[in-house]
Design a protein around this ligand. Structure first.
Ligand SMILES: [Zn+2]
Length: 94
């Protein structure tokens, strides 16, 4: 069977992440990318995570920005990095 073509993510932005280069595949064979977050940290994400929007930062966003009251009210969403900021959360919560 032919391998699935890898979508080149180099240079693309996903949320706060900018894709720098492809790195070694994950064990399952999915393409993995080195990304730089707007905060300056680096993180790894698969192409699927990036395109699905399930990884939009190195994880820094939710930790710092969410008011404690909202963290308590929406703990699941808070831990999910797909929510980049509180404005997004308010859309989801409605
Ligand atoms: Zn970050």
């Amino acid at each position: 069977m032919p391998r699935q073509a890898v979508i080149d993510e180099t240079g693309k932005r996903h949320g706060r992440l900018t894709v720098i280069e492809r790195v070694e595949n994950v064990d399952g064979g999915a393409a993995r990318w080195l990304c730089r977050c707007d905060c300056g940290k680096h993180t790894l994400a698969t192409g699927r995570q990036l395109r699905a929007g399930s990884k939009k930062s190195c994880g820094c966003v939710n930790v710092g920005r969410w008011p404690r009251v909202l963290q308590k009210r929406y703990p699941k969403i808070w831990r999910d990095e797909s929510v980049v900021n509180v404005e997004d959360l308010e859309d989801i919560a409605q």
